[in-house]
Design a protein around this ligand. Structure first.
Ligand SMILES: C[S@@+](CC[C@H](N)C(=O)[O-])C[C@H]1O[C@@H](n2cnc3c(N)ncnc32)[C@H](O)[C@@H]1O
Length: 257
């Protein structure tokens, strides 16, 4: 897949440690290997180092491997794949496609991703204004992340597929039960995307026993972490282990042509 210059939208070509376009704009590759194409001084700088560190430690234990494997079954070696909001590259690094691009706004995420995974091109950029050509991706993934609907429609090939992974109703319910007095199940609904239709939905789940450090890492990487009171967070300190359900929905969208 070609990468476009964020200044003039001409194609960028790799020239040793730099990407350049015909207009003479150039962008250095960071020492870890990712390419910073983010020209905006946006407030959103993606996930912070604490969240990235917790997610990496948790995912490295393999608890979500069954999800990665299931998504891989939907991919082909010859796909041109874009992982939108790839974080520290846990999924993109393991995907079987030969032509892979991962995009995220978190520098700490991309440093880890690009240092360890040389099979994917990592771009620091907003997923809402990405530097890719129209109709260039045959598969796009978005896993537990914001959905850049217009950009997905723009860069997806006509016969391509968009794969969205989201939490199912009972995802992490035991963890919430251990923390909150009044735990709630996740509200799940089909997400409409203009110009696309939901072709298939796959539900998968596994229950695993987690020890204290895994529970802490898991909780830190969830959206609940920032909204939970200190006294509720403390309840986790008193747990040595807990059986937790991981329940995911994999939604596959195709374009309406
Ligand atoms: C919950 S994490 C999921 C990361 C990865 N997909 C995974 O499941 O391991 C959400 C990711 O979205 C990224 N993100 C949020 N808003 C973004 C934006 N506007 N552009 C690019 N990345 C964004 C964050 O930096 C973070 O890495």
């Amino acid at each position: 897949m070609n990468i476009l210059c964020p200044k003039c939208r001409n194609i960028l070509y790799k020239d040793e440690k730099t990407y350049k376009c015909a207009q003479g704009h150039s962008f250095d590759i960071a020492k870890e290997g990712y390419l910073n194409l983010n020209l905006k001084n946006s407030k959103n700088t993606g996930d912070n180092p604490e969240m990235i560190k917790a997610r990496k430690a948790f995912l490295e234990k393999g608890y979500y491997d069954f999800l990665k494997n299931k998504v891989n079954e939907l991919l082909d070696e010859n796909d041109s794949l874009v992982d939108l909001a790839c974080g520290e590259g846990y999924y993109s690094s393991g995907f079987i496609c030969k032509d892979k691009i991962g995009i995220d706004l978190s520098k700490s995420g991309l440093k880890i991703a690009s240092k360890s995974d040389k099979t994917t091109t990592y771009l620091l950029n907003s997923i809402f204004h990405n530097p890719l050509e129209d109709k260039s991706a045959s598969k796009i993934t978005t896993i537990f992340a914001p959905i850049a609907k217009k950009e997905i429609l723009r860069i997806l090939k006509d016969d391509g597929r968009f794969i969205l992974v989201k939490p199912d109703v009972m995802h992490l319910y035991e963890l919430k039960k251990a923390i909150y007095d009044d735990p709630y199940v996740n509200e799940v609904e089909d997400i409409p995307i203009e110009g696309m239709e939901l072709e298939k939905e796959i539900a998968i789940q596994e229950k695993r026993s987690l020890v204290k450090s895994d529970l802490q890492n898991l909780f830190t990487m969830t959206p609940y972490y920032n909204t939970t009171s200190a006294s509720d967070k403390e309840k986790l300190d008193h747990l040595d282990s807990l059986d937790v359900s991981f329940c995911f929905l994999i939604d596959i969208y195709r374009k309406i042509i």
